[in-house]
Design a binder for this molecule. Structure first.
Ligand code: FAD
Length: 472
């Protein structure tokens, strides 16, 4: 049988993040094309995002493109893989169709024989979406750009503000959540202020920039265990980060946060820049699938999958990565990558008449960096801190950047910033053009009421295509 005679098997992958991209690459191999496998990758963004280095974009260490390669480019060598930039709004498991919308304008239906859903998680404000306006999260490239804008904007405001209380407020940064995201960001903001901004301002000393890390728990990096948490707390203190554990944030506004401390007393922290690194909730697609299949959702909205990562009664639907729950696996990149590969391999095995096996996760450990040349690493019970931990962290992250052609440039930027003091990626504008698509619609409505107003209205009305005079 020639390849043209092989019956087609249509695989749709929702999400080209850490779960979806390895699955697409696996199914895009020549052997898979020969087996009649055709893949459609649907993502609402045009780029894959290396989230672990987002904080380096937010603190001007590396440019956004370094960690956000175009999905089309990454998959260009796989002719049986098609990329569709669209937001999936519905999954019809009965008729095996995915419904999607491109840039809020074009609706389409994409049929599948097998489906891999890897849509990840979104920021959660625990029922207080109004906080989003004052406290951006750290999940998307838009978030990182917005935070960079706010950090550098606050320093500029502090430079020209004469009132000492207001100046102090501009120079205070509150970060809510002392997990890896909050800890890494807090350390880097202090490094930025103390090392890179030295001698640049005339009306304040950047060493006075306060970074306050608030968390309701007992210790930072709680998931890393007591020993590494204690190490992380020491490193943060050394960097000058103020740690407020047992602090539950109950209010956020343009001028600061309200929180209850461990005694239950309500306190106020004045801060002009607030970052929300506290919670996540699964993609709403998890609820869509749960409704259709009877699978359960946990408190964060993650869908419970069967041991082979499929859904009850739907062996053709796999859910992988952060949006699924199985055996209390953590929401980390390795779980997503191994899950994506497992789903792709299962589809290939099935087409060859073989059984689908249960998913077995190989734990490769976890790592978080606390500051320049300082990380904590937990690898199969071997715990490393300080410089040895940082070397392991750097090697792991550079390895995972493989395939995007930017390992060398990233290494050069790190060298420039960590050995020298340079932070080249500081540009920001006073106009916010984001419109963060990962936020739930109700939050989007608060933050950016109409991300594409001119295009959307014209095209919907069937009017002429916008010309350059519409820009802005
Ligand atoms: C700041 C930060 C730092 C992190 N650091 C680490 C770390 O150091 N180590 C580690 O192991 N893990 C880390 N993680 C966690 C890791 O990034 C996640 O576990 C991993 O990204 C999960 O992969 P995923 O494929 O499930 O989701 P993602 O990688 O988030 O991919 C989901 C994809 O789905 C797309 N999508 C979502 N909804 C739709 C829709 N409706 N329609 C179309 N497309 C959609 C998104 O655009 C995205 O491309 C970090 C996460 C963050 C936010």
């Amino acid at each position: 049988m020639s390849p043209a005679d092989v019956p087609r098997h249509r695989v749709v992958i929702i999400g080209a993040g850490f779960g979806g991209l390895p699955a697409a690459r696996f199914l895009g191999r020549r052997a898979m094309a020969g087996r009649g496998i055709e893949v459609t990758v649907v993502d609402r963004r045009n780029h894959h995002l290396f989230q672990p280095l987002l904080y380096q974009v937010a603190t001007a260490l590396i440019p956004p493109g370094e960690i956000a390669p175009a999905i089309r480019h990454v998959l260009r060598k796989h002719p049986n893989v098609r990329v569709v930039c669209a937001e999936v709004t519905d999954i019809d498991t009965e008729h095996r169709v995915v419904r999607a919308n491109t840039l809020g304008v074009l609706e389409q239906e994409i049929p599948y024989d097998s489906l891999i859903v890897a849509a990840g998680v979104n920021q959660s404000y625990f029922g207080h979406d109004e906080f989003a306006l004052y406290a951006p999260g750290m999940k998307t490239i838009d978030d990182a750009r917005e935070l960079r804008r706010r950090f550098f904007g606050a320093f500029e405001m502090a430079e020209v503000t004469e009132d000492p209380d207001e100046k102090a407020r501009w120079l205070t940064i509150a970060i809510v959540g002392a997990g890896p995201t909050g800890v890494e960001l807090a350390g880097q903001v202090r490094e930025l202020a103390v090392r890179s901004l030295r001698r640049e301002f005339r009306s304040f000393d950047p060493r006075t920039v306060r970074v306050v890390l608030l968390d309701g728990g007992k210790e930072p990096l709680a998931a890393f265990g007591e020993q590494l948490s204690a190490k992380a707390a020491r490193e943060l203190a050394r960097l000058g980060v103020e740690l407020r554990m047992g602090a539950r944030v109950v209010g956020v506004d343009a001028h600061g946060v309200d929180y209850t401390d461990s005694t239950g007393e309500t306190r106020r922290l004045d801060a002009s820049t607030i970052v929300w690194a506290a919670g996540v909730e699964a993609s709403p697609l998890a609820a869509v699938l749960a409704n259709a299949t009877g699978a359960e959702l946990d408190r964060a909205g993650r869908i419970a999958v069967l041991p082979d990562l499929t859904l009850p009664g739907h062996p053709e639907v796999f859910v992988v990565g952060d949006m699924m729950t199985l055996d209390r696996l953590p929401g980390v990149a390795e779980v997503a990558m191994q899950g994506g590969l497992h789903a792709a391999n299962s589809i290939s095995r099935r087409l060859q008449g073989q059984d689908v096996r249960p998913f077995h996760y190989r734990d490769l450990g976890s790592a978080a960096t606390v500051g320049r040349f300082r990380s904590v690493v937990d690898f199969h019970g071997v715990r490393l801190g300080g410089f040895p931990g940082w070397v392991v962290w750097a090697l792991v992250h550079l390895t995972f950047l493989t395939g995007f052609g930017n390992r060398i440039t990233t290494l050069l930027k790190w060298t420039r910033s960590f050995i020298g003091r340079g932070r080249a990626e500081r540009e920001f504008s006073v106009l916010h053009t984001g419109g963060d698509l990962s936020l739930p619609p109700e939050v989007r409505a608060i933050v950016e009421p109409n991300p594409l107003p001119v295009y959307g209205d014209r095209l919907r009305a069937g009017g002429p295509a916008p010309d350059s005079s519409d820009a802005g």
